[in-house]
Write a protein that binds this ligand. Sequence first.
Ligand code: PEP
Length: 245
Amino acid sequence: MIAGNWKMHLGPAEARTFLEGLSLGDVPAQQELLIFPPSVTLASLVADPSRPARVQVGIQNIHWEDQGAFTGEVSAGMAAEVGATFALIGHSERRHVFGETDEEVSLKVTAAYRHGLVPVVCVGETLEERRAGRVDEVILRQLDAALSAFPAQGRVLLAYEPVWAIGTGETATPQDASAAHATLRRRLTDALGVAKAREVAILYGGSVKPANAAELLDATDVDGVLVGGASLDPESFARIASAGS
Ligand code: PEP
């Protein structure tokens, strides 16, 4: 899975230009592709005739309630209505800039399932937490909160995104990524059993670019990448998507 998180970039007109420049000729057919545009771009990106059918679309954030007096928020049902099929939940910018808690992440996972959206749950430690040797403790606490909302059936993806590597140009080494992914995989196996845990793709995110995508995608236990800045340019997104071949 190669997923692009556009954050607060690319409104509808720029998204159209992105699609016009997107050429997936070198991207292996089995590679799943996904874009998380801003909410206002979601409907037009889904409906754009130049969107390749294999490029799926998700929402960057949802509220856990279906409707109500929550100014500025968008519900999972609304996102599904305009064609989103995935929901990014617990991105580090939501956690650290907007103060989202583990409990809210859990409620959002439940809301996503209620409306048929596949949650992509983000976990990751800050630099301070890494320096204090708390990587496993932090990412397992974040995973456990989300796990409490997993239904018996249903797809889910995880994204390990060390906060210190997001938008900074710093990337985790493939070994660091593999170690964190193995920790998450062990917990998934304990909680869900071997077969179901194996179905959960774990993406790495944090300054992934065409130049480092191949080594990260080749790393043990890394099932894909979640890309921020480098997903804004169609050529660089396509180069990352073809790096895992
Ligand atoms: C992200 O937004 O999830 C991300 C990983 O950003 P960047 O690739 O820019 O570090």
